[in-house]
Design a protein around this ligand. Sequence first.
Ligand SMILES: *[C@@H]1O[C@H](CO)[C@@H](O)[C@H](O)[C@H]1NC(C)=O
Ligand SMILES: *[C@@H]1O[C@H](CO)[C@@H](O)[C@H](O)[C@H]1NC(C)=O
Ligand SMILES: *[C@@H]1O[C@H](CO)[C@@H](O)[C@H](O)[C@H]1NC(C)=O
Ligand SMILES: *[C@@H]1O[C@H](CO)[C@@H](O)[C@H](O)[C@H]1NC(C)=O
Ligand SMILES: *[C@@H]1O[C@H](CO)[C@@H](O)[C@H](O)[C@H]1NC(C)=O
Ligand SMILES: *[C@@H]1O[C@H](CO)[C@@H](O)[C@H](O)[C@H]1NC(C)=O
Ligand SMILES: *[C@@H]1O[C@H](CO)[C@@H](O)[C@H](O)[C@H]1NC(C)=O
Length: 324
Amino acid sequence: MRNQVMFNRGVSTTLMPALLVFLLFFINVDVQARNVVQECAPSSCGNVRNISYPFRLKGEPNNCGDPDYELTCDNNNDTILELNSGRYYVKQISYDRHIIRVADINLSDGNCSLPNKSLLRQDIENDRRFRADLLIGRTSASFVNCSTPIDDPKYRSLPCFATNTSNAYVLYDHQQTLSGDSGLYNSCTFISVVPAVLSNANNPSYETIQKLLQRGFDLGWSVECRNCLRKGKSCSLSEITDPLIFQCDDNWVLETIKNVMLALLRDVVLSLIALSFIARIIVVLLLMSVFLIYKLQNKQKPIIVIDKFLQPGARPRTSSLLNS
Ligand SMILES: *[C@@H]1O[C@H](CO)[C@@H](O)[C@H](O)[C@H]1NC(C)=O
Ligand SMILES: *[C@@H]1O[C@H](CO)[C@@H](O)[C@H](O)[C@H]1NC(C)=O
Ligand SMILES: *[C@@H]1O[C@H](CO)[C@@H](O)[C@H](O)[C@H]1NC(C)=O
Ligand SMILES: *[C@@H]1O[C@H](CO)[C@@H](O)[C@H](O)[C@H]1NC(C)=O
Ligand SMILES: *[C@@H]1O[C@H](CO)[C@@H](O)[C@H](O)[C@H]1NC(C)=O
Ligand SMILES: *[C@@H]1O[C@H](CO)[C@@H](O)[C@H](O)[C@H]1NC(C)=O
Ligand SMILES: *[C@@H]1O[C@H](CO)[C@@H](O)[C@H](O)[C@H]1NC(C)=O
């Protein structure tokens, strides 16, 4: 809106077609077609029933769901979501609350295992399709490998990795997400971290943590936010309700850059027009002077020619002209 006003004020309407072409490079044209809710029968894969818009199963007709929210059904009827270039088992999808619950592939069966892939809250925030927001918060389970036994109720030993010389521990934490060795005992090194669902349990046992990790963690999904981010705007939580309500705001950095570019463009176009106007005047003036010079020379020539013929070689032409 602001751009439009700025534009109409600064530029005469005859320039609009040319400027519109330029504008197309700067203003994202929103493709509304993607937002159309597709009429497809819900599909299902294993325990995940009623898969519907925006989610789609790979192999369904192209018009079902949104390609960004494609899931895969594997040979064991497990539903898989690709996230941060890793595969996650889909546990359930809530279409009312706009939440999808997923679990790390190695942790989802509740066996003693390390996660197959580390996943930070930041990794989820980098994915336009999903929201971490309050759903994940800072609740996480960090896996560490220690060369000495650790006697700390926060450190829960993974029995399947206990050896004579080392032990793997998991730390379930509401406050802190470890992503490196800092904050650990000296004998410990960081292995990986996964998001976890919130639990009231204080210093839960390994078995409790295992069950929490088996349940997986929640991701919020919002097609509106995805569309908003795609336009270079920013999507933020506006109301802590169930489902969460997001709002789409202009990204002021991009907005400022766009305005500066448009102003610059307008100046360049105006300068070019002014230049071409001046250039035309110069060309016209040049043509006129050439024409005038030509005209003047043509007026003198006949006199010279006649003069030469009348007095062939007798006296210098100039004096004859002066004398006559
Ligand atoms: C399937 O999901 C739709 C909403 O996407 C809902 O209206 C419908 O009741 C669900 N059906 C079943 C069987 O869960
Ligand atoms: C997967 O589900 C389909 C349909 O429900 C069933 O026919 C098939 O046997 C299942 N496959 C496995 C490996 O469970
Ligand atoms: C994981 O546990 C299930 C039972 O919950 C068992 O059938 C399966 O063999 C276990 N997988 C591994 C890799 O230990
Ligand atoms: C995940 O589980 C598989 C099968 O149990 C195992 O081979 C693999 O090492 C595990 N991944 C990690 C990172 O531990
Ligand atoms: C575990 O992660 C590795 C690399 O990140 C990947 O190649 C492998 O397919 C994953 N395991 C499963 C069962 O998806
Ligand atoms: C922990 O570290 C020791 C020594 O580096 C190694 O042998 C062991 O496999 C590691 N354990 C895990 C679970 O990574
Ligand atoms: C620990 O290691 C020693 C050899 O280094 C071995 O004799 C012993 O059986 C091991 N203990 C266990 C519980 O594995």
